[in-house]
Structure formats: C-alpha cells, structure tokens
Ligand binder design. Structure first.
Ligand code: URA
Length: 210
C-alpha cells in the first residue's frame, strides 16, 4: 500500500520556508535556512525510531530510561542540492553515515546514468534517508532510490523541502514503500521544470552559482 506523504507544517519550518522563497535572500542566509529546515524536518522524520529501556546511574539513583535502538541511520543527499541539507541532519544524528549519489538522465535513452555513487558498505542494514530540497518531476528521486535499493537498502525515507504534485505522484507510484516527508506542497511545475511558486534553483542558490 502506498504511504501518504507527510507534510510538515510546523510554524518554524513554514516561517523559514517563506524566507527561503524570497528572491532577495542571499546565498549565505539561504544555505543557513536550508540547513535549519533540514534539521527541523529530521526531528520529525526520526520520530518513529525504536527505543529500548536501559538502566543509567545518575548521581542520585538508578534511572530506567530509554535510548535509540535498531537500525543505524544513513543520509544520502542527491547531488548537488541535497548537500545543503547534510549539515542540518547531522546536527541531530552526528553518528549517521553519509552516502552520496549523483545521476543524470541520458538524453537519448532517458535511462538514469549514475556518475557518482558512494554509499556506506553496510547500507542494507541501515535506515536510509534520501535528501533533496526540491521534488520536481521526481525523476532524480525515483532513479536514486532505485539505485540505493539495488545496493540492498530496504528501509528508505525521502525528505524534501518543497514538492510539486507531479513529483509526489511519480515518487509514490514508483516507490510506494518509501515514506516521503516534505514541508510544502506547491502548485505545479512550469514548462522549464521549475516548481511554482517554488524558490528557483536550489543548487544555484545554495552554492551561489546563479
Ligand atoms: N530543482 C530546483 O532546484 N528547483 C525547482 O524548482 C525544480 C527543481
């Protein structure tokens, strides 16, 4: 059964997205905002991590308390804009491993071509959170997750800041087992593949390459 996308409408996230959308927001602030939003989203996206009870000696007494157990995490940013989210998620889960994936579509065959893929060697044992701030057509996310699954990962989530309905549909159809987290569901894609109203090219705005 297809998992419903989880839209994070926390006021702090919504406020920061408004600043992110503003065309007058410069690269430095844009980068900081992407990182902060990713951190806040990560807090929600890890809400279902399993806990186990442990005993800890405090200076006063023995406490029965809880720690995270189960699968370890791996974050996989899709190059290049996904890199902007890595700092933020690592602030919350500093022990997570980070893989990287870069791909493009062959203009003739339309098949995904992986130009870079380096994943943790134990990816099949980890819970994987794929990062890309913009889910536009969904093509890169669909292909990236296909490649990550081909390396053995079975437990995958996808986290984006802004999604277009077209991308949500493509991703949830291709990978109904992948929980999608996004912070804003925008109106549509324009003829150039940009999300409307969106925020422009996230990669260019993060890295100042406009
Ligand atoms: N990628 C972006 O960075 N922005 C869009 O609007 C669509 C895809």
């Amino acid at each position: 059964m297809e998992l419903k996308p989880f839209i994070m409408d926390h006021p702090l996230i919504q406020h920061k997205i408004s600043l992110l959308r503003d065309k007058n927001t410069g690269s430095k602030e844009f980068r900081e905002l992407v990182s902060e939003i990713a951190m806040l989203m990560c807090y929600e996206a890890t809400r279902d991590l399993p806990l186990k009870e442990v005993e800890i000696e405090t200076p006063v007494a023995v406490a029965r308390t809880k720690v995270i157990t189960g699968r370890k995490l791996a974050f996989v940013p899709i190059l290049r804009a996904g890199l902007g989210m890595v700092d933020g998620v690592l602030k919350l889960v500093p022990a997570a491993k980070v893989g990287h994936i870069g791909l493009y579509r062959d203009p003739k065959t339309l098949e995904p071509v992986e130009y870079y893929c380096k994943l943790p060697s134990d990816i099949e044992e980890r819970e994987v959170i794929v990062l890309d701030p913009m889910l536009a057509t969904g093509g890169s996310a669909v292909d990236a997750i296909k490649l990550i699954k081909a390396r053995g990962a079975v437990n995958i989530k996808f986290m984006c800041i802004i999604a277009a309905p077209e991308g949500l549909k493509a991703l949830s159809t291709a990978h109904p087992d992948v929980q999608i987290y996004c912070a804003s569901l925008d109106e549509h894609l324009n003829d150039h593949g940009y999300i409307v109203p969106g925020l422009g090219d996230a990669g260019d705005r993060i890295f100042g390459t406009k």
